[in-house]
Design a protein around this ligand. Structure first.
Ligand code: AHR
Length: 507
């Protein structure tokens, strides 16, 4: 019999981190591989509607309840001419797409995406091209999308069958502009100036929009920190958010290190907050630049395979990571980190939605299925809305040799639903072989009961889901109890847990 480890969390309903912006559960659709073509859009598929939108995919997208969807890239946007993707399909050009060495047919473009968003119950988050283009083309796209009518571009939209403006509220000023892999990569000064001028023109075209400036492509960039500071020096007065991107890998097959990655994500977030607030301090400004974590996920399984995929074809199977049980634990941990920084991270986009490093996969002409990572995202999106509570946590810890010390075995976030008074606890037990006996002290709450406990775990950490077989899925767990203001539950080793507490007398 293994001795359980013990962890304790103390909560008080008046001690909060902040209200969750629903856009924390955003996602991302890029013209990359089979995300658009063969993912959300597959004309001729038995489940596609007249517009080519796969209804089976839409059903799973709705299950994820995604409030915002970033589009059309990613690296793709830095070479994209939005005009190629609007108007009569037969007149749209086929182009060499440099970011992913593909052929872009432009059969799917801005208007199709807007229609798809409506069908999916989500709002668009559009990115403009600041790689090969600049302020004028970005401003024109705002006019095309958001101006009601009576101008050349708004009337062009109307002539394309969209009499009502799309009213796109959220826009990204380019993508990963610091990355040498990006078409039109820039120094921080070059990008900061371009982003500021583009932001001005876009907001003059529609003052109701919100803008995201590019932060570093990832925390490992040599210019990280300096980039954010310089970009915000130029754009501070014109933008609302700075972006963060990160992808984690277990290529080294070092599970303890991999499971600690969500804590690294927390360091990254706090460093960007500090940098943004440093720029505010220099101006004695009370304005706070918020964070848009608009690309995050696990990504590494497909790296090798992708190198063998021939270039200059349409919808090649790029970035088709097949996620394992252990990947789902890291995705769950990353969701916990995002929730625990909900006061400053207002937007986050799981990258991406379907087929491309995605929570769901499709087969051409065939089915759609949920990857392991689908479940933590779906559960956090469903139950992680409300107010995040500040936790006082004590947990046993472990060290990741040479990298990180004192990693708590318990990773957790607690969300209060002010409407019902219920509390949901999201928790990962990172201990490799021991249960974690968790006690949550809710002394300042009324008497509660355990409404539900769901656990995601599998004896085989490399287990995956495939079409027609879903060995990794959440199961109802028993044995959690609530007495005298305390929740008690033994979290299984290497598990993702969702524990729902409801005030006694409420279902
Ligand atoms: O999401 C895949 C790619 O990762 C995106 O196109 C790019 O922005 C990032 O490097």
């Amino acid at each position: 019999m293994t001795t359980p480890l013990k962890a304790r969390v103390v909560l008080d309903r008046d001690f909060t981190i902040g209200a969750v912006d629903p856009r924390l559960f955003g996602c991302f659709v890029e013209h990359l591989g089979r995300c658009v073509y063969g993912g959300i859009y597959e004309p001729g598929h038995p489940r596609a509607d007249a517009r080519g939108f796969r209804q089976d995919v839409l059903e799973l997208v709705r299950e994820l309840n995604i409030p915002v969807m970033r589009y059309p890239g990613g690296n793709f946007v830095s070479g994209y001419n939005w005009e190629d993707g609007v108007g009569p399909r037969e007149q749209r050009p086929r182009r060499q797409e440099l970011a992913w060495r593909s052929i872009e047919s432009n059969a799917f473009g801005t208007n199709e995406f807007m229609e798809w968003c409506k069908a999916a119950g989500t709002a668009p988050m559009m990115a403009v091209n600041l790689g090969t283009r600049g302020p004028e083309e970005a401003r024109q796209l705002v006019e095309y999308c958001n101006f009601p009518g009576g101008t050349r571009l708004s009337d062009l939209r109307r002539s394309h069958g969209h009499p009502d403006p799309h009213n796109v509220k959220l826009w990204c000023l380019g993508n990963e502009a610091d990355g040498p892999w990006q078409i039109g990569a820039k120094t921080a000064t070059e990008y900061g100036r371009a982003a500021a001028e583009t932001a001005k023109a876009m907001k003059w075209a529609d003052p109701t929009i919100e803008l995201v400036a590019c932060g570093s492509s990832n925390r490992g960039m040599s210019t990280f920190g300096a980039w954010e500071a310089e970009v915000l020096e130029h754009t501070f007065d014109h933008v609302d958010y700075i972006s963060l991107h990160t992808y984690y890998s277990n290529a080294a097959d070092d599970l303890p290190a991999f499971l600690a990655k969500p804590d690294e994500m927390g360091d990254f977030i706090r460093e960007v907050i500090a940098t943004a607030d440093y720029v505010a301090a220099k101006r004695r400004s009370t304005k706070r630049i918020q964070l848009s974590f608009d690309e995050w996920n696990v990504w590494y399984h497909s790296h090798g395979k992708d190198r063998a995929i021939p270039s200059w074809k349409e919808a090649q199977p790029f970035l088709e990571d097949v996620y394992t049980m252990e990947d789902a634990l890291v995705v769950g941990g990353m969701l916990i980190t995002l929730l625990n920084h909900a006061d400053r991270v207002r937007i986050a986009c799981l990258a991406q939605l379907v087929n491309v490093i995605a929570p769901m996969m499709t087969r051409a002409g065939g089915g759609v299925w949920r990857q392991t990572s689908f479940f933590p995202f779906a559960q956090a999106s469903a139950l992680g809305r409300g107010v995040v509570l500040r936790q006082a946590v004590s947990s046993p810890t472990y060290d990741v040799k040479g990298k990180r010390s004192d990693v708590p075995y318990l990773a957790s976030a607690c969300v209060l639903d002010p409407a019902t008074g219920g509390v949901t606890l999201f928790a990962v037990n990172r201990a490799p072989s021991q249960p974690l006996q968790l006690e949550v002290d809710l002394r300042a709450f009324p008497e509660m009961k355990v409404a539900d406990w769901s656990v995601l775990r599998h004896d085989n950490l490399k287990a995956t889901n495939t079409e027609g077989s879903q060995p990794v899925q959440p199961m109802k767990a028993q044995g959690a109890s609530f007495a005298q203001g305390r929740l008690s539950a033994a979290l299984p080793p290497l598990s993702w847990n969702v524990l729902r507490l409801a005030p006694s007398g409420v279902q």
